[in-house]
Design a protein around this ligand. Structure first.
Ligand code: AMP
Length: 403
C-alpha cells in the first residue's frame, strides 16, 4: 500500500512522493510538477518569482560552485571559470566537438582521442555529466525548498536527435544529482503532452513541434496513436536562435544601420563593455518589438532606434532557414502540411510575431502558443511524471525515437 502524504505547499494529498519533470536545457533549465489538487502542470517558481534557471555553472578558485543567475553574472568577467551550454558537450568526444570549439570561452581538453570531453577549470577537470549534475542538483534543491518535501525521482527531457550516449549521459547526470531518472523523454513529445495532444485513448494525431530557443532550432514531426508517440523525423540547426537575432541587431546598430546608427560612431572595434551594452540593448529591443512597433533606447549617451519592420527585414533570412528545415522534416516523414493535425510552438524566440506568422503561413493553420513557450517542455515532462506516479490512469505512454 502506498504512503499518504499531504503536501504543505499545494495543500493536496499525495499517494506517493512527487515525481518531477525537468527540462535540462542548453540555455535555461526548469522543473515542473502536476498539482495534486487541480491536476494542472505548473512550473515551480522560487520566491524570486523566476522559473528559469540559467544552465550556467561557476567555480571559484576554491572550488565552490554556484549555478543559475549568480553564475550568469560572472560570464563576462570570469569566462574561463563559468561554464555554459554544457548540453552541447553531453556524450561527446573532443573529435565530435573540435569544429565548434571556438564557440566555448572555457577550456575544453584536447587529448586527441575518442574519449569523452573534459572541461578544465583552474587545476580541476570536470565531465559534462558532472557539470549537468550541478544544474540538476540546483533544480532538486529548489523543488525541495518550494514543495517542502524530498525529491528523488524525475523525468528528464532530451532533444529527439540525442543518441544513446547522450541519453545515457543525461541519466548519469541525474543519478549523480541524487535523482532516480524514471524516464528520459523527447522534448517534442513532452511539448505535445503539455497540450494534451493525443491524450485520449484511441486518438491518432500527427504533430509538428517547432522549437526556436536562444541558441538552437529543432523541428520534429511526431505521430501519436493509442498513447504511443513516434518521432517520424527531426531537422534543425544547433547554432540558430534568438542570440543570432540579437547579433544581427548589434551589427545593424554598429555598421550598416543607416539612419538607425548614423550618429552613433560605433566602429567595428568596440571595447568589451560597450559590446556587452549593445548586446543587452539588442535583446531588450527584440523583446520590446514582440509587442510594440518601435524601439528607442540609449547606449553610452547615444540614441538608438529600430522599427518592427526594420527588425523583421533583418531576421527574415534566419526565419527562412527554419522554414526550409520544416520542408525537409516533412519530406523525410513523407508527409504534406495538409496531413499535420497540430503545430506546437516551443522556445522563447517563438514569441517573435514574424516567427509565428511564418510558421502559421507555412503549415496553413493556427499554432498552439497558449502555454508559456519557455515552460512547455517541462510541463509535459511533469505530465509524464504524473502518469508514472499512477495519478493519471487515462494514458499509457511509450516514447519511440528514430535512429
Ligand atoms: P529559450 O532558449 O527557449 O529559453 O529561449 C530564449 C530566447 O528567447 C532568447 O534568445 C530570448 O531573447 C528569447 N526571448 C525571450 N522572450 C522573448 C520575447 N518576448 N520576444 C522575443 N524573443 C524572446
Amino acid at each position: 500500500m502506498g504512503k499518504v502524504a499531504i503536501n504543505i505547499a499545494t495543500g493536496s494529498i499525495q499517494k506517493e512522493e512527487i515525481i518531477v519533470g525537468i527540462d535540462l536545457g542548453t540555455t535555461n533549465s526548469l522543473i515542473a510538477i502536476v498539482r495534486g489538487d487541480t491536476h494542472e502542470p505548473i512550473a515551480l517558481k522560487e520566491i524570486d518569482g523566476l522559473t528559469l534557471v540559467p544552465s550556467i555553472v561557476h567555480f571559484d578558485e576554491y572550488g565552490n560552485v554556484t549555478v543559475g543567475n549568480p553564475a550568469k553574472e560572472l560570464l563576462v568577467t570570469q569566462p574561463e571559470r563559468t561554464i555554459y551550454s554544457v548540453k552541447r558537450l553531453m556524450g561527446k568526444s573532443y573529435n565530435d566537438v573540435s569544429h565548434d570549439a571556438g564557440f566555448f570561452a572555457y577550456n575544453i581538453i584536447d587529448d586527441n582521442t575518442d574519449a569523452l570531453v573534459k572541461i578544465q577549470v583552474g587545476q580541476k577537470f570536470y565531465s559534462p555529466i558532472e557539470l549537468s549534475s550541478y544544474i540538476l542538483k540546483e533544480l532538486k534543491k529548489r523543488a525541495e525548498h518550494i514543495l517542502k518535501t524530498t525529491i528523488s525521482k524525475a523525468v528528464i527531457t532530451v532533444p529527439a536527435y540525442f543518441n544513446d550516449a547522450q541519453r545515457q549521459a543525461t541519466r548519469d547526470a541525474g543519478r549523480l544529482a541524487g535523482l532516480d531518472v524514471l524516464r528520459i523523454i523527447n522534448e517534442p513529445t513532452a511539448a505535445s503532452l503539455a497540450y494534451g495532444l493525443g491524450a485520449k485513448k484511441g486518438e491518432e494525431k500527427t504533430i509538428a513541434v517547432y522549437d526556436l530557443g536562444g541558441g538552437t532550432f529543432d523541428i520534429s514531426i511526431l505521430t501519436i496513436s493509442n498513447g504511443i508517440f513516434e518521432v517520424l523525423s527531426t531537422h534543425g540547426d544547433t547554432y540558430l536562435g534568438g542570440d543570432d537575432m540579437d547579433n544581427l541587431l548589434v551589427r545593424y546598430w554598429q555598421e550598416d544601420g543607416g539612419e538607425g546608427s548614423s550618429d552613433l560612431g560605433f566602429g567595428s572595434s568596440l571595447d568589451k563593455s560597450l559590446m556587452q551594452q549593445l548586446r543587452v540593448t539588442a535583446e531588450k529591443a527584440k523583446k520590446h518589438l514582440s509587442t510594440n512597433d518601435v524601439f528607442e533606447g540609449e547606449i553610452n549617451g547615444k540614441q538608438v532606434h529600430i522599427t518592427k519592420q526594420e527588425f523583421n527585414d533583418l531576421v527574415q533570412p534566419l526565419i527562412d532557414r527554419t522554414i526550409t528545415a520544416c520542408t525537409s522534416a516533412l519530406k523525410d516523414a513523407g508527409l504534406t502540411t495538409a496531413q499535420i493535425d497540430a503545430v506546437v510552438m516551443v522556445g522563447g524566440s517563438t514569441r517573435v510575431p514574424l516567427v509565428k506568422e511564418s510558421v502559421r503561413k507555412f503549415f496553413g493553420r493556427d499554432v498552439h502558443d497558449e502555454l508559456n513557450p519557455d515552460e512547455v517542455v517541462a510541463l509535459g515532462a511533469a505530465v509524464q511524471a504524473d502518469i508514472l506516479a499512477g495519478n493519471n490512469t487515462e494514458m499509457l505512454l511509450l516514447d519511440v525515437t528514430p535512429l
